[in-house]
Write a protein that binds this ligand. Structure first.
Ligand code: SAM
Length: 282
């Protein structure tokens, strides 16, 4: 009989958040695949778990998945854990789960903490409709595209960010999305947990001066229906190109994004808008 892959959530800061079923499973499986075995050793020591561990991370996720699939086929039970929180959420894991499905191997989940949901429910922003972006892509073009998509997003948005990139990301978000509410959720479930509701402009200004410390989740307000309605009314057809670009700048977009958006609305290339406004294309 094939073994089972257990996706086992672990605490995001407070070890008491580990579930009894999670502890029991980690004790009884044949192997634990962990993102960082040194890091997970602390968790295992705390709960007196002595199951062997193997590493499963971003850089071996395909090759190692094949090996783990082989073990599951031999009947071994495996638990997958990440550094913190729910495996496969901004962590490797997705590949292994997909390969289990492809090989008709059973997968089950042991739910528990996830920074995204913890932040969302603490944010005070609408929870009925939300989207999770994880980390914004590092690649400039891809990042710009995502930011432009997010500018029109009406659902609450959840974004992960490392502290050393926080200030830059807040500036970018403000430049692209304009003024709106944001809740910064810092060090969730830990001693210095801090929930900071502010506006995007305030957040960008604040972190220009302050160095962020600890782990952060950003929860952003979606675009309001009213704003969307206003945008529809302010149809480009009744505007000059200058007015059209200025309209988006008033919404908080930077000049380049405003020109790009105006070009998109008009179904023309962005170079045409640049050329019209600035005399030459860029
Ligand atoms: N798998 C994890 C989960 O379920 O949320 C996410 C891991 S991801 C590699 C790490 C990011 O999650 C951090 O950069 C931060 O944005 C967020 N994060 C994790 N733990 C956190 C905490 N205690 N407080 C705030 N953010 C946290």
């Amino acid at each position: 009989m094939a073994g089972i892959l257990y996706l086992c959530a672990t605490p995001i800061g407070n070890l008491q958040d580990m579930t009894p079923r999670g502890v029991e499973t980690l004790r009884t499986v044949d192997l634990i695949a962990a993102e960082d075995t040194r890091n997970s050793k602390k968790l295992l020591n705390y709960f007196d778990i002595h199951t062997p561990m193997t590493s499963y991370h971003e850089y071996n996720k395909v090759e190692k998945a094949k090996y783990l699939i082989g073990l599951l086929q031999e009947g071994k039970n495996i638990a997958l854990i990440s550094d913190a929180g729910t495996p496969a959420i901004s962590d490797p894991g997705e590949v292994l789960v997909r390969m289990c499905h492809e090989n008709q191997l059973p997968v089950t989940s042991l739910p528990g903490p996830a920074a995204c949901i913890t932040a969302l429910i603490l944010s005070g922003l609408p929870t009925r409709r939300f989207c999770f972006e994880g980390f914004l892509p590092g690649d400039k073009r891809e990042r710009r595209e995502i930011l432009e998509e997010l500018a029109g997003e009406t659902r609450t948005m959840i974004i992960y960010e490392a502290p050393h990139h926080l200030a830059g990301t807040l500036e970018e978000l403000y430049g692209c999305l304009g003024e709106r509410k944001i809740t910064l959720c810092r060090e969730l479930t830990k001693k210095f947990e801090t929930i900071i509701p502010m506006t995007l402009k305030e957040a960008a200004e604040y972190y220009r001066e302050e160095s962020p410390r600890g782990e952060y989740v950003l929860v952003l307000e979606g675009k309001s229906k009213e704003e969307l309605r206003r945008e529809k009314i302010a149809s480009w057809k009744v505007m000059s190109i200058e007015e059209h670009v200025a309209y988006y700048e008033e919404q908080g977009m930077d000049h380049k994004s405003a020109m790009k958006q105006a070009a998109k609305d008009r179904g023309v290339g962005k170079r045409e808008i640049y050329a019209y406004l600035h005399g030459s294309s860029t």
